[in-house]
Design a protein around this ligand. Structure first.
Ligand SMILES: *Cc1c(COP(=O)(O)O)cnc(C)c1O
Length: 391
């Protein structure tokens, strides 16, 4: 079946007596057993729940994975993945990463005896040189958040596999609607499902999808042993959100293209980052390895004060972290989602302090562009106010 069909046609739960078209919500902690000696298919929701199982099966199907697991947040999913590196080993990670991921790698993993180094994953040669015998896992975002730089996943998979390292891809920005890292050779896909997969900004969740069943078995054991699994109601909400993933992302992206075209021409924008623009350095690669460019556009204005005033002046873009929801949002990554990265590190990684990140939602594109136009011209007299002043 084609992806659009897969999104709406979940497999019905076995033994569901009423023909419920929507997956039932099993909002229960525990399950009565047939008798004291015989176990039923489920016994306790931390270990397994039919609603969560339906979600995990659907994610595995969309990613083309052997198995998928759902967690209470994207970071819980990432924490499970990066701990596949053994003590004494190393995680090699991209140098433009979600701030919370950076904090996990720099502050939590060392306590477990796992070290981290960062490398520019958009340059396969740099990864080839950096990867070592104790590199257990390479963690990549592509396009990166918030600078939207593109890494060649097939090339990185080859490098990892020559060195017996796992390639894990944080695909939160793309979702399987646009990009399927396992098809390009990655071993593991991880998502903050809080973002585009859920799509409605009404839950936090994370998912991991794996190509290898034995590796999945290890993670499934820990998911139960550590109690990190997603709750039934949030699993149900996520299943519901997934059904509209394709139409949401296509529409968000069409609007993002229009907004990027508008910003590219605007004199107040000093630099635009959107891989959907033909002059973006990662454009051709992104076209090759993904079906699209996603809902996030970022840009610079040349001044932190100007960027802050602009974001404050927007009316249709609430100032909020996160992306991929049905409503547009705006943020200053260095003050918000990436503030947990120390300033000196942000500077070393060339993360511009004046960067504005927009997540494009489902509003009418004309309204969003009018709002941006107005906010970008705030602080400069508009043509209309000049006329009024002359009168
Ligand atoms: C938000 C985000 C995360 C963390 O996910 P949570 O659901 O907030 O825990 C990880 N990676 C990326 C790329 C993100 O944008």
């Amino acid at each position: 079946m084609k992806p659009a069909t897969e999104l709406v046609r979940h497999r019905r739960l076995a033994n569901e007596p009423y023909g419920s078209i929507a997956t039932p919500l099993y909002q229960t902690a525990t399950f009565a057993q047939p008798d004291a000696r015989e176990a039923g298919p489920y016994d306790y929701s931390r270990s397994g729940n039919p609603t969560r199982a339906a979600l995990e099966e659907q994610i595995a199907r969309l990613e083309g994975a052997a198995c998928a697991l759902a967690y209470g947040s994207g970071l819980a999913a990432l924490a499970a993945v990066v701990r596949l590196a053994a003590p004494g080993g190393e995680v090699l990670a991209g140098d433009d990463l979600y701030g919370g991921t950076d904090r996990l790698l720099s502050r939590v993993l060392p306590e477990l005896g796992i070290s981290t180094r960062h490398v520019d994953t958009t340059r396969p040669q740099a990864v080839q040189e950096a990867i070592g015998s104790h590199t257990h896992l390479l963690l990549v975002e592509t396009p990166t958040n918030p600078l939207l730089r593109v890494a060649d996943l097939a090339a990185l998979a080859e490098i990892c596999h020559q060195r017996d390292a796992l390639l894990a891809v944080d695909d939160s920005l793309m979702t399987p609607w646009l990009q399927k890292p396992l098809d390009l050779g990655a071993d593991i896909v991880v998502h903050s499902a809080t973002k585009g997969l859920g799509g409605h900004s009404d839950l936090t969740a994370g998912v991991v999808a794996l190509r290898d069943a034995a590796l999945a078995e290890r993670l499934a054991f820990r998911q139960n042993a550590e109690g990190a699994a997603l709750a039934p109601f949030d699993s149900w909400l996520l299943l519901r959100g997934l059904k509209t993933l394709g139409v949401r992302v296509d529409r968000q992206e069409a609007t993002a293209h229009r907004i990027a075209a508008f910003l590219a021409e605007h004199p107040a924008v000093t630099r635009l980052h959107y891989p959907g623009r033909p002059d973006h350095p990662g454009h051709a690669l992104q076209r090759r390895q993904a079906r699209g460019f996603g809902p996030v556009v970022s840009f610079e204005t040349g001044s932190v004060a100007r960027s802050a005033a602009l974001v404050d002046a927007l009316e249709l873009f609430p100032v909020a972290v996160s992306f991929g929801g049905v409503g547009s949002t705006a943020s200053l990554p260095c003050r918000m989602s990436h503030a947990s990265i120390p300033e000196s590190v942000r500077q070393a990684r060339h993360l511009p302090e004046d960067l504005v990140r927009l997540s494009i939602g489902l509003e009418d594109p004309d309204d969003l562009i009018a709002d941006l136009e107005k906010a970008l011209s705030d602080g400069r007299p508009s043509a209309a106010s000049v006329v009024v002043a002359r009168l």
